[in-house]
Design a protein around this ligand. Structure first.
Ligand SMILES: O=P(O)(O)O[C@H]1O[C@H](CO)[C@@H](O)[C@H]1O
Ligand SMILES: O=c1cc[nH]c(=O)[nH]1
Length: 239
């Protein structure tokens, strides 16, 4: 147990899917896992463990932003002996070729946050995903015909659609190739590197900063299924 997680040590599987939204964790548990059970609900941050095709997988929400996923992922890796975390998040699209509903595989993350200052580096940290999780997800997406893009994402402390920098704050990151903007991948990959564990972010593009298109409320949940299926297949292959 930790101040943020009441699960006991053996209650959490070696691989954890990590959405920001607690209700997305509940959805994964109820719709995609067999025999799922709630293992933590501290602060209403929901965590479940169940079976996917006979193998044990957990899903734990991480809240929004680097500091929040930083706490949950640090505890999972270092207190619960979790080997790999696969984030299943939404993102803002920063390139015209990334369509609404497409998957974005984050090979690396850039950031405007001071997250890496804690490591006392004399330079800039560019954390990357685990290559085996990336390759496995590419295979699943190809097999199932899911449209995906793999490359750099921009993890911001600011929500992409509105912040004091103005609605064009994302453009320079896009100019340098960022596919999408989320808020957690940089902190997750850094925490995995520090903990000597694996991480991978699979994102669904729900709101395009380029075209201003987005998913309607009724489309939001089913649009996340390809991401969830890809993450579960990838987890299953690692177990
Ligand atoms: O859908 P989730 O996983 O929460 O991810 C995205 O959505 C939130 C912003 O709406 C941020 O957490 C961002 O990274
Ligand atoms: O960070 C995010 C997440 C979803 N949609 C956005 O526009 N930004």
């Amino acid at each position: 147990m930790t101040p943020h997680n009441r699960a006991k040590k053996g209650d959490i599987a070696k691989i954890v899917l990590a959405p920001g939204d607690p209700l997305r964790a509940k959805l994964v548990a109820e719709k995609f896992l067999d025999q799922s059970r709630l293992v933590t609900d501290v602060r209403n941050v929901l965590g479940y463990t169940g079976l996917y095709k006979g193998k044990e997988v957990s899903v734990l929400s991480t809240g929004m932003g680097g500091p929040s996923i930083g706490i949950y992922s640090y505890e999972l890796y270092n207190e619960y002996e979790v080997e790999a975390i696969i984030r299943i998040g939404t993102c803002g699209g920063l390139q015209s070729e990334v369509g609404v509903g497409d998957l974005v595989f984050a090979m690396t993350a850039s950031t405007d946050s001071a997250w890496a200052h804690q490591y006392n580096l004399k330079g800039t940290l560019s954390p990357c995903c685990d290559s085996s999780l990336l390759l496995s997800s590419i295979q699943t997406a190809q097999d199932r015909g899911f449209t995906f893009h793999a490359g750099m994402v921009f993890s911001s402390d600011l929500f992409s659609s509105y912040n004091a920098l103005g609605e064009d704050s994302w453009r320079q990151w896009a100019r340098l190739g960022a596919l999408a903007q989320d808020m957690e991948t940089y902190a997750l990959y850094s925490t995995a590197a520090w903990s000597k564990k694996k991480a991978f972010s699979i994102l669904t593009m729900t709101d395009s900063c380029v075209s201003k298109e987005g998913l309607a409320d009724t489309q939001r949940i089913p649009a996340l299924y390809p991401m969830i299926e890809t993450a579960l297949e990838t987890a299953w292959g690692m177990l």
